[in-house]
Design a protein around this ligand. Structure first.
Ligand SMILES: Cc1cc2nc3c(=O)[nH]c(=O)nc-3n(C[C@H](O)[C@H](O)[C@H](O)COP(=O)(O)OP(=O)(O)OC[C@H]3O[C@@H](n4cnc5c(N)ncnc54)[C@H](O)[C@@H]3O)c2cc1C
Length: 337
């Protein structure tokens, strides 16, 4: 028996959301099943290496087999959801996998959606917990309504697909590390499955991807306009983080949609989330409620974000941010960093 987990790489490491999905996959595999991963978008085998950090990280997670999905016309790093789902369907059949898990981020949800259609398998999205009630029967909890509602469910199926909420499961190493075997899994795509191919764009703030950033400096309408984001970018750069925004900001065309945090944007799970001029609508909080610490800068002491923030600065972002940037820069210079 095999449990297969979809893993994404970020800057040559296993992405944080994938480590969380792997934790649940390993718990479900238990001692009875073997844990395999497929890297998607596909990694360059040369870059992966046999001694590289990725294999060591996957070994720490107890992974037995690493599959490199390969098909003609899909270069390493390229993202083609239908083609990758076809590769996973083929790998699932070959391994006899009873479960396929993926992080519940944009790529994971999209690929599992295609896989459900191709392989005719049930797909439970946004799981926070899953345990075997008996062989073939799972008890699950999953997030609904952007995480504001938790639903308990029972799934009886010989095989199933689960996406794992990116802010729910805590990553942890396996008790017994492994030395994973790397296998190239070649498969054939069907007509139209390479029609949508995208290359991954790195984040704009020093190359840190928003979904994996440990610090997110987010701005809303209160930033005042596109020019106000210069200070946020600088603060994100100084803190080694990424810039996020509210939907109002993308709707007004101040910043691109890929930076949007929330129910219809990216879900983030940073150590620190700095909300600048953001009211804290429920749809925004759906994307950042997994932050470990939240700081809000807002002129309105009664803004809804205050109910979630650990620390608040009641003030104008155009006055507070330059002071913060100056102070962080000075402290980094004093520390020689
Ligand atoms: C189906 C649906 C999906 C949605 N998905 C998302 C989503 O994914 N992400 C998302 O963000 N939103 C989403 N929204 C929109 C959401 O409901 C809010 O409208 C949006 O988050 C508000 O953005 P904001 O906080 O920037 O703006 P506002 O609500 O206008 O808040 C601006 C805040 O800035 C403060 N402020 C003003 N001037 C200053 C200043 N100079 N200094 C400091 N503070 C200042 C104000 O006090 C206020 O609190 C969605 C809505 C719907 C209906």
């Amino acid at each position: 028996m095999t449990v297969l987990c979809l893993v994404e790489l970020d800057e040559g490491r296993v992405a944080d959301a994938s480590l969380r999905a792997l934790r649940l996959a390993r718990d479900l595999a238990g001692p009875a099943a073997s844990l395999a991963v497929a890297i998607a978008p596909p990694a360059d085998p040369a870059a992966l290496g046999t001694e590289g950090p990725v294999l060591a990280e996957l070994g720490d997670q107890g992974v037995a087999t690493v599959l490199l999905l390969e098909t003609d016309g899909l270069a390493p790093g390229a993202y083609a959801p239908a083609a990758l789902a076809r590769g996973l369907a083929s790998a699932t059949a070959e391994l006899g996998a009873v479960l396929v898990l993926a992080p519940a981020n944009t790529h994971g949800q999209e690929i599992l959606g295609h896989l459900a259609a191709i392989a005719d398998l049930p797909f439970v999205a946004n799981c926070t917990t899953a345990t075997w009630e008996e062989p073939g029967v799972l008890t699950l909890t999953r997030q609904r309504w952007g995480g504001s509602l938790l639903e308990d469910a029972r799934l009886a199926a010989p095989a199933a697909l689960l996406s794992v909420a990116t802010d729910a499961v805590t990553p942890a190493p396996a008790v017994t590390p492994t030395t994973p075997t790397v296998l190239v899994h070649r498969y054939r795509v069907e007509a139209g499955e390479l029609d949508v191919v995208a290359t991954t764009e790195p984040g704009e703030s020093g190359g840190v991807a928003l979904s994996n950033a440990r610090v997110v400096v987010s701005g809303g309408r209160g930033v005042g306009g596109p020019e106000g984001f210069g200070e946020l970018e600088e603060l994100a750069r100084l803190l080694g983080g990424a810039v996020g925004v509210s939907r109002v900001v993308t709707s007004l065309g101040w910043r691109p949609h890929r930076e949007q945090v929330g129910q219809t944007g990216t879900k983030v799970t940073p150590e620190l989330y700095l909300a600048c001029g953001i009211s804290g609508a429920v749809q925004h909080l759906a994307g950042c409620q997994g932050a470990r610490h939240m700081v809000a800068i807002n002129t309105d002491a009664d803004a809804p974000i205050m109910a979630r923030a650990d620390y608040a600065v009641i003030g104008d972002v155009s006055e507070v941010l330059p002071v913060l940037v100056r102070e962080v820069r000075a402290r980094k210079e004093r520390a020689g960093r």
